[in-house]
Write a protein that binds this ligand. Structure first.
Ligand code: C2E
Ligand code: MG
Ligand code: MG
Ligand code: MG
Length: 280
């Protein structure tokens, strides 16, 4: 009986693995067409100080599929990375974001706004990443100090010296760097001081329960102390309530991103949403 049940559950496991694999294959081939079919769109979410004023915006990719609906980037970005589609998609994101920024500049909307763009490890590792970025910036005449790139700790798994010199080169052009989802990866602290970083982003998994889980509060507190010790800025992700903001402020973190402050919205709505909050 138990043996039969065991066998059965192995079979079911196989079947569900197959379903997952074929779903993945489907997503990959549909993602391949997504740019041409105009299913990709950029959303922008405000980055705020304690008074709610706007410091910048993070660029967040959205995929609206006619049948599957809104597919989460948490689901399709890993597929794009593994398949190599991230090169084309990643360039598209930088290009669209720069186009939006140059339009806002020309219309003198949200003046001085900085955009923070997520760059995947594989995309950053690509040989021609630097000239590609420079080409896009020139094309839209975007001031280089208007951009920040968000990298995750996974960038530090291999070829660290190469990563550091590439970051330094981009920094010389005026581009800033943040380390995203900080605390979820496995970066060695000795690398951290060698990276030309502007700020650490506290992952939202530590913010979610900060009021009730002492471990999460301790990790947030440690990241905040670490960034101060290294002379870096720090911003908390996923702030959904005033109480979370206050808890973070009590620990010394005064920059925030999250639904409590503002949600990600399309570029067209971003200006209307933030018309009265822009000062920086
Ligand atoms: P991330 O870079 O850590 O982005 C922050 C995520 O937190 C976004 O999820 C955002 O919508 C979400 N978020 C912001 N505030 C709140 C909040 O108060 N509560 C909750 N529950 N969530 C909040 P999103 O847009 O689904 O993106 C997920 C991840 O996908 C991003 O995490 C990033 O790693 C990746 N991603 C998104 N766009 C791009 C892109 O253009 N390129 C690359 N390489 N990755 C991207
Ligand atoms: Mg990010
Ligand atoms: Mg993040
Ligand atoms: Mg995160």
């Amino acid at each position: 009986q138990a043996k039969a049940a065991g066998k059965n559950s192995i079979k079911q496991f196989d079947v569900s693995m197959q379903v997952k694999a074929s779903e993945r294959t489907r997503l990959e081939s549909e993602l391949r067409e997504a740019i041409n079919r105009q299913q990709l769109q950029l959303y922008y979410q405000g980055l705020h100080d304690a008074a709610g004023q706007l410091l910048g915006a993070e660029v967040l990719l959205r995929w609206f599929h006619p049948e599957l609906g809104n597919v989460s980037p948490a689901r399709f970005i890993p597929i794009a990375e593994e398949s190599g589609l991230i090169f084309e998609i990643g360039s598209w994101v930088i290009e669209q974001a720069c186009q939006q920024l140059s339009r806002w500049q020309a219309q003198q909307l949200v003046p001085g706004l900085k955009l923070s763009i997520n760059i995947s490890a594989r995309q950053f590792h690509q040989d021609n990443f630097l000239p590609k970025v420079m080409h896009i910036l020139d094309r839209y005449s975007v001031a280089r100090d208007r951009l920040q790139f968000e990298l995750t700790e996974s960038i530090l798994v291999s070829r660290v010296d190469e990563v550091i010199s590439k970051m330094q080169a981009l920094k010389q052009y005026g581009i800033a760097f943040a380390l995203d989802d900080f605390g979820t990866g496995y970066s060695s602290l000795s690398y951290l001081k060698r990276l030309p970083l502007e700020q650490l982003k506290i992952d939202r998994s530590f913010v979610a329960d900060i009021l009730h889980d002492p471990n999460d509060a301790a990790i947030a507190s440690t990241v905040i102390a670490l960034s101060a010790a290294l002379g870096l800025g720090v911003i908390a992700e996923g702030v959904e309530t005033a109480a979370q903001r206050d808890a973070l402020a009590a620990l010394g973190c005064y920059h925030y991103q999250g639904f409590y402050f503002s949600r990600p919205v399309p570029g067209g709505d971003f200006v209307a949403l933030h018309r009265h909050t822009v000062t920086h």
